[in-house]
Design a binder for this molecule. Structure first.
Ligand code: NAP
Ligand code: ZN
Ligand code: ZN
Length: 352
């Protein structure tokens, strides 16, 4: 298979900083699209992967799965895109396309496993996949998305992960006018969840540990904010919500939130992967027929639905544009929850 080299930013070890390195991309085959990356959002999952928080990181690791760029080459069988189009790549670059999940356009639940944009086995090159902290990427057409031209390209990048990860549960649990939705944590995912739930017509509450974020949450569209460390405010929220989207990246006490679900309500975890500490108390679950669920990103068709919805409603992320060289500092700020509300890398800084 023919390859070419591109500049990228990545890390060789969990304890090491990210730095410039060279990776290989495949030359376009008939069904492929080559994209010159303009912008890439910075997701907390990038940091978890770079630092091997979940185990299984293959080094060198080149993160980045909120990718927007311009098409520079298309394969001979490509029909959806032409050179010069604005195109996007999210968290998936391949799946088996044959299993029951793939047939239902739920590639994120592909039974043999989807190919992540980074840190998955690359079926073409045999190496690990490398993400969007790079000059270019080559992806099979099916996994490339169209970006509404009216959206600011840099601010649209986070729709590809933070957006779809919160959109998918909002749609699955049928949020619409009059639904009562709460979001736990005001970071990248949390701020998109507020905007999207609001645009679907829900009444939206933010649970946050950070009182200084209250005004921002209201500006983003939240109807109210509950400071989760304030017991009085928490008890007033009892039985209020049909759906809670919990974006907290670390183990935390869900028993704090389950009583705030209405009867039949669902708390859906999107932030934390792993065992719960302390354990889940079943009393509020049983007494209120409440559920705790999980959800991962979204399928390709659903991601396109989200991008189109955002185009129609003019929804993008609140971003801080950074240079590639600032990524290590950005990770440190993300760990302090000091992100308003998504870093996006301007890849021009890597190309110069
Ligand atoms: P982020 O921007 O860092 O935001 C996380 C927010 O959670 C923070 O802003 C903070 O909000 C709150 N928080 C942080 N530490 C906390 C703690 N110890 N206890 C309670 N609250 C805490 O992260 P993100 O990019 O939104 O990602 C959130 C998580 O989702 C990450 O673990 C990421 O890997 C995961 N993720 C999952 C999927 C999926 O498909 N399921 C997709 C993308 C990302 P406040 O200051 O308001 O409390
Ligand atoms: Zn992500
Ligand atoms: Zn599959």
């Amino acid at each position: 298979m023919e390859k070419f080299e591109v500049k990228a930013y990545g890390t060789y070890a969990a304890e090491a900083s990210l730095k410039q390195l060279t990776i290989e991309r495949r030359q376009v085959s008939p069904k492929d699209i080559e994209i010159d990356i303009l912008y890439c959002g910075v997701c907390h999952s990038d940091l978890h992967t770079a630092r091997n928080d979940w185990g299984g990181t293959m080094y060198p690791a080149v993160p980045g799965h909120e990718i927007i760029g311009r098409v520079t080459r298309v394969g001979t069988e490509v029909s959806k895109f032409k050179v010069g189009d604005l195109a996007a790549v999210g968290c998936l670059v391949d799946s088996c396309r044959e299993c029951s999940s793939c047939k239902e356009e739920l590639e994120q639940y592909c039974i043999p496993g989807f190919t992540g944009t980074y840190n998955s086995k690359d079926k073409h090159l045999g190496t690990q996949t490398f993400g969007g902290y790079s000059e270019k990427i080559v992806v099979t057409e099916h996994f490339v998305l169209k970006v509404p031209e009216n959206l600011d390209a840099a601010a649209a990048a986070p729709l590809l992960c933070a957006g779809i990860t919160t959109w998918s549960p909002l749609r699955h649990w049928k949020v619409d006018k009059g639904s009562r939705v709460a979001v736990v944590g005001l970071g990248g995912l949390g701020h998109m969840a507020i905007k999207l739930a609001k645009a679907l017509g829900a009444n939206v509450t933010l649970f946050s540990r950070s009182p200084e974020k209250e005004k921002d949450a209201l500006d983003l569209g939240a109807d109210q904010v509950v400071i989760s460390t304030d017991d009085v405010q928490m008890s007033k929220a009892n039985r209020k919500f049909d759906l809670i989207i919990d974006t907290v990246p670390y183990a935390h006490d869900l028993n704090h939130y389950t009583p705030t679900l209405n009867i039949n309500g669902t708390l859906v975890l999107v932030g934390y992967l792993g065992g719960l500490e302390p354990m889940l108390n079943t009393v509020p679950m049983i007494r209120g027929r409440r559920s705790v669920a999980g959800s991962v990103i979204g399928g390709i068709a659903e991601t396109q639905e989200l991008l189109d919805f955002c185009g129609e409603h003019n929804i993008v992320s609140e971003i801080e544009l950074i240079k590639m060289q600032d990524i290590n500092e950005a990770y440190e700020r993300m760990l302090k929850s000091d992100v308003r509300y998504r870093f996006v890398i301007d890849l021009a800084s890597l190309k110069n």
